[in-house]
Design a protein around this ligand. Structure first.
Ligand code: 6PG
Length: 250
């Protein structure tokens, strides 16, 4: 694994840079393998990135026809719910009409049984990634976008949750006590098989945790986001100045 860090002036600059990098990765993947397989992050940080891709004329040439979008995690709500990651992606990216909806692989999180929603999503993933396209028995995404919470969670893998221990299933329902709800999420084996894993982190509320997970004492702590270790892939931190404010200048 190679790890890099880039700090941008603010969240808008981060989003613009990430969009440009994503276009490059998409064009490279489509040239090499005929398609680009992208796992989207939820939360608020990536909304700016998705909006740039949807609205900036420079991205009208994005290879959407051969790009497939998956969701690294989803809340256990219907797609129209304000909490839904699909709704956030729909509002910021899909409504622009550039992405063929048959290329959008949504988690059916409206199902009453979160375990069933997770199992169904894994079935969809397994049919999209036939055996020959798996590595170590797991799917390989070209780029996996992730965020990080102030508590060091990523996707819906929160500190102290059972999901942290999952080593065989690709998608699980993970009960998160602090929200008293289930989340549907990729597991670490899937996250860590990605060719590129980008952690998009912005805002002063992330500065303390960024110091924990990237600072000089990072070996003394173990937060979920530190367990994103894409074996032979690249882990990239894309931070804004506010999130990076407490990191040593290196
Ligand atoms: C989610 C995300 C989650 C998110 C972090 C950061 O469903 O909320 O997958 O892991 O990336 O909580 O969220 P913000 O970008 O809103 O700070």
């Amino acid at each position: 694994m190679t790890e890099s860090r880039q700090v941008y002036d603010d969240a808008d600059a981060l989003a613009r840079a990430a969009a440009l990098e994503l276009l490059r990765e998409a064009e490279k993947a489509c040239a090499l393998r005929g398609r680009f397989i992208l796992a989207l992050s939820g939360g608020s940080t990536p909304r700016k990135l998705y909006s740039v891709l949807a609205n900036d004329a420079r991205y009208s040439s994005f290879p959407w026809a051969t790009t497939h979008l998956f969701f690294g995690d989803e809340r256990h709500v219907s797609p129209g719910d304000a909490e839904s990651n699909f709704r956030m992606v729909d509002e910021s990216l899909l409504r622009c009409g550039r992405v063929p909806m048959e290329n959008v692989h949504r988690v059916h999180a409206e199902l009453p049984d979160a375990d069933q929603a997770a199992a169904d999503y894994e079935v969809e993933l397994r049919s999209f990634f036939p055996e020959a396209q798996r590595v170590g028995g797991f799917p390989r995404f070209d780029v996996t976008l992730l965020g990080m919470g102030p508590d060091g969670h990523t996707a819906s893998l929160f500190p102290g949750t059972d999901g942290l221990r999952e080593s065989t299933r690709w998608v699980i329902s993970n009960y998160v006590e602090k929200f008293r709800t289930n989340r549907i999420t990729f597991t670490f084996p899937v996250l860590n098989m990605s060719r590129e894993t980008w952690l998009l982190v912005a805002g002063a509320d992330k500065a303390d945790m960024m110091l924990e997970v990237l600072g000089p004492d990072r070996a003394q702590v173990s937060y979920p986001v530190q367990r994103v270790v894409p074996g032979d892939g690249k882990k990239r931190w894309l931070l804004d100045r506010a999130a990076a404010a407490k990191l040593p200048k290196s």
